[in-house]
Design a protein around this ligand. Structure first.
Ligand SMILES: Nc1ncnc2c1ncn2[C@@H]1O[C@H](COP(=O)(O)OP(=O)(O)OP(=O)(O)O)[C@@H](O)[C@H]1O
Length: 287
């Protein structure tokens, strides 16, 4: 399978008053078309910076970010983004908020067609009947559902989500995971999800990429080989328990705290293919 998103040896430092702040220092990542990559790593390691580079909002100091084989140098219409704070416009209805990207990327699309597309998506995420409400009339989970619709209304090839479920309570978050799983079937795209939640990363991801502490490099990649139509029950299986254990240890290593077990498990947990990434391993795999 070809990689729609290809990140090779990306390095980046912010220029601050105190001097350069190296944030990324050798990030490699390959996301095959139509798959879902979850990125985890210690707080402040550079995950959001990575999303800005993929979205073309910034250019890396070194290395390459490619979408469809083309180097990303500026923002693209074929990328959709969703964030922890849904930032819906209060003076617009929910329907008009969802339509917004179409007004920008498809200004000639007839209003009725735009509305039909937004209504279709709102129904898919369970927001039928809320089209004329204002954002403040919705719960946090509902606003996040609307925000997801807005991110994909223009059928982007790439969907980047930066902790979209981070501010929600556990039950709402799990509901949204299932919504996201279902959306993948009806609205396929290639996704990058930044998250602090390891269960979320395994439930949604086809691969989980662990970044090291700042400056971040790709420390570890786990391929998650669970059924596409996985249910929340899968999170309570031994198989996923083992994967979460490995990921938790990797996060500890990334935080410089050392894993519970000094040595990595002899074999990857069933349902996953895990590998440490030091040097060219991932780049090889990503090709
Ligand atoms: N525009 C900027 N200018 C200077 N420094 C920045 C800028 N944006 C981010 N940083 C710094 O870069 C580092 C990485 O930030 P980033 O937001 O990418 O990390 P993160 O992994 O997403 O963090 P978190 O997990 O806490 O959300 C942080 O130390 C942050 O303070």
């Amino acid at each position: 399978m070809t990689n729609l998103i290809e990140i090779k040896d990306v390095r980046h430092a912010y220029r601050t008053k105190a001097g350069p702040l190296p944030v990324l220092d050798g990030v490699d990542m390959g996301v095959p078309e139509g798959t879902f990559a979850a990125v985890v790593g210690p707080s402040g390691c550079g995950k959001s910076t990575l999303t800005r580079l993929v979205a073309g909002l910034m250019k890396p100091d070194a290395g390459e970010v490619r979408l469809h084989g083309e180097r990303v140098t500026s923002p693209r219409r074929t990328v959709g983004m969703a964030f922890q704070n849904p930032v819906l416009l209060e003076w617009r209805t929910i329907l008009d908020n969802v339509i917004l990207p179409l007004e920008i990327v498809a200004p000639r699309m007839p209003r009725a067609e735009r509305e039909a597309r937004a209504e279709e998506l709102l129904a898919l995420v369970g927001l039928q009947g809320f089209e004329t409400k204002r954002p403040s009339e919705l719960s946090g989970g509902m606003r996040q559902r609307a925000s997801l619709c807005r991110a994909i209304v223009h059928k982007p090839d790439v969907l980047i989500m930066d902790e979209p479920f981070g501010a929600l309570d556990n039950f709402t978050r799990e509901d949204l995971w299932q919504t996201m799983r279902d959306l993948r079937r009806s609205e396929p795209s290639t996704c990058v999800l930044i998250t602090h939640d390891l269960r979320e990363s395994v439930f949604l991801g086809d691969q989980v990429i662990v970044l090291s502490g700042r400056p971040a490099r790709t420390q570890y990649v786990m391929d998650v080989d669970l059924p596409e139509d996985r249910t929340l029950d899968v999170l309570y299986t031994r198989e996923v328990g083992d994967m979460l254990h490995v990921l938790r240890d990797q996060i500890k290593v990334a935080q410089g705290r050392g894993a519970d077990d000094a040595a990595p498990p002899a074999a990857p947990p069933p349902g996953s293919a895990a590998q440490g990434v030091a040097g060219p391993g991932l780049a090889e795999r990503a090709r």
